[in-house]
Write a protein that binds this ligand. Structure first.
Ligand SMILES: C[S@@+](CC[C@H](N)C(=O)[O-])C[C@H]1O[C@@H](n2cnc3c(N)ncnc32)[C@H](O)[C@@H]1O
Ligand SMILES: [Zn+2]
Length: 273
């Protein structure tokens, strides 16, 4: 937990008797499950930001069924030989984070959703977990060798926490990802737009496209819809149609991009609270 910082004054936190405190004596209790909440109420955009507990349960059921096995083995080989500390930003319920923690020591996970971090703490005891926003990361400057963002929102605070020469691994959906489902859910479904690889402060080292297919039954299709914002962007009728698709093959398509932080990257400190 020693790489977390105080969300109120940005000073380092130290942990005694399950309480994290900074030199100015701002205190944050470790939850029973072992995570810490570093998202002060005035930094929250809403009462319960991020994914809801229903979305988190659906995500866990879906990911636990092993449909993203190909992505996992591609991620494992990208990570092989790399060193921590690593932080997984927007880590959700910790499925990928816990697999990463099996091959990389000293892993941190951050998500704005409390139900997500609670579920991640139950999944693995070896990850340092905090409820926090990636817009204002409560993490020490220039200490992380690696950061991952797996199908989660990006952040401008990344250059600050990475060491010079540190690496950022980003997983985003490829153009054909779940195209069969999108055709049923949306009128005039469009391919996922490619996220830019031209990032200020980073050099693109490597890009890999992981493609494949998987069989999904009605329950997993329902989970897939419930775990993403797809459910809010389509009608109930179209969701029912998707649920009646029956077992069929779905296209999987992901980009894995590996970036290296430029030595001369300009580091902007997050705005004070
Ligand atoms: C599509 S899920 C991906 C979760 C996980 N990386 C995975 O692949 O299983 C996106 C996650 O980003 C989180 N999230 C959204 N906005 C965030 C923010 N500003 N700061 C931290 N997490 C955020 C959500 O709560 C959600 O858990
Ligand atoms: Zn403080």
């Amino acid at each position: 937990m020693e790489l977390f910082t105080c969300p109120l004054c940005a000073e380092p936190l130290s942990c005694t008797d399950r309480i994290l405190s900074c030199p100015a004596n701002h205190c944050f209790d470790l939850a029973r499950e072992g995570y810490v909440n570093l998202l002060p109420s005035h930094h929250r955009g809403s009462l319960a930001p991020g994914d809801t507990s229903e979305m988190i349960s659906a995500r866990s059921r879906f990911l636990n069924s092993g449909h993203y096995e190909q992505l996992i083995s591609a991620l494992r080989s990208v990570l092989s030989g790399m060193q921590g500390p690593l932080v997984d930003l927007g880590c959700g319920e910790g499925y990928f984070t816990s697999l990463i923690a099996e091959v990389i020591p000293n892993v941190y996970g951050v998500d704005i959703s409390r139900p997500a971090i609670k579920a991640a703490s139950k999944r693995s005891k070896s990850i340092n977990l905090a409820v926090a926003s990636t817009a204002r990361l409560p993490l020490t400057d220039k200490t992380f060798e690696l950061a991952t963002i797996i199908m989660a929102p990006s952040t401008n605070d990344l250059p600050r926490i990475l060491k010079d020469g540190g690496r950022f691994i980003r997983v985003t959906p490829g153009p054909d990802h779940l195209t069969e489902l999108k055709e049923v859910l949306y009128i005039g479904s469009r391919a996922h737009a490619r996220a830019s690889t031209d990032l200020p402060d980073f050099k693109l080292l490597k890009t890999e496209r992981v493609t494949g297919s998987t069989e999904l039954d009605a329950d997993r299709i329902a989970d897939l819809i419930a775990m993403t914002p797809m459910q809010f962007r389509t009608s109930r009728e179209r969701q029912i149609n998707a649920g009646q698709l029956g077992a069929q093959s779905f296209t999987l398509d992901f980009w894995i991009d590996v970036f290296e932080k430029n030595i001369e990257a300009s580091v902007e400190l997050p705005a004070p609270s």
